[in-house]
Design a protein around this ligand. Sequence first.
Ligand SMILES: Cc1cc2nc3c(=O)[nH]c(=O)nc-3n(C[C@H](O)[C@H](O)[C@H](O)COP(=O)(O)O)c2cc1C
Length: 361
Amino acid sequence: MRHLFETSEINDLKLKNRIIRSATWTGMADETGKCTQKLIQYYESLAQGGAGLIVTGHTYVMKSGQAGPRQLGVEGEEAIPMLRALTKAVHRNGGKIIMQLSHAGMYADPQLTGLDAKAVSASKRYTTYRLKELTFECIEEIVQAFAAGALHANAAGFDGVQIHAGHGYLLSQFLSPAYNVRTDGYGGVLGNRAKPLLEIVRRIRKAIGRHYPLLVKLNCQDFLEGGLAVEESLKVGVLLEAEGVDAIEVSGGTRESGRFKSTRTDILCEKDEGYFEFFARRFKQHLKIPIALVGGIRRYETAVRLMQTGAADYIAMSRPFIKEPGFVKRWQSGNTAMVGCVSDNECLSAGLRGTGIVCSR
Ligand SMILES: Cc1cc2nc3c(=O)[nH]c(=O)nc-3n(C[C@H](O)[C@H](O)[C@H](O)COP(=O)(O)O)c2cc1C
């Protein structure tokens, strides 16, 4: 039986408890994607707050993949010194941190990137922006950029990386038949749609070796008509495990999924919590590698139940850490009151206003 406050290992990474701060964009990098003192202080406070593992916000591996303002980037070696200062600050405070590597694909913001959004398919179904369908050369460039991003993260002292393959970002778009209507070797059967993700895993392994913790955040379902469904996401999980991925964080939904998006609102009572629990359990049944469950977990009692009943190996949370970065330490000290996060996503709006994410409640 798993316990929240026991130690564990993911590959070579030793964790002091089973609570993960799930990837959360902060809007605190500078306008060119570089790490700032403000961002370092933010992660420092998270490390002091006792999370077993911190996953950075989605970090674009190349400019064409930038989704939001003041998003962190990991392109170019010049990014490394400030990122090293960030990892040092986290480690000094007893934390562990991995970088989430991402490309937003058609959800990149052309006003920020100055480029046409790169789409798996140039279908206008989900956007009004002009889209450029990815050529084979562009796909190869992106694969290389993920591997380079992982190398930079490693050089900057990150304890591992997580590939963002959920929420309708580029790798999730490839996997999803709702976004991917290609008729070449990257479309159609699941093996084709999963190619870029699997190739990125192989390249990262080749570049850094098999002991570097490598995680993937994956949609269990897109909750879209014709989108990725759980029967297929489980198969992707099996393929990722076979390629040596160390753990999978199970999430779901895209920007188009309405009330079934990844950041659901209306978490009013216990039964609304852990909204991907059913799917995480299926991943647990199919895979041997550790599974993290994210989405709407709010109460200590819920986290304990999910651990004890084997729904997942790790509990991942995002919005509660915005409200109260130190709640893990508080829970561990015996004060297990619920974090006052009301899941209204106002934190996101605050970030978009340019001041960085904050809970105004
Ligand atoms: C402000 C904000 C920023 C987020 N940024 C990311 C991100 O960069 N990468 C990611 O995978 N998910 C991101 N998410 C989604 C969370 O990681 C998480 O999957 C979701 O919020 C559900 O968990 P929660 O109910 O504990 O907040 C973000 C969520 C919020 C509220």
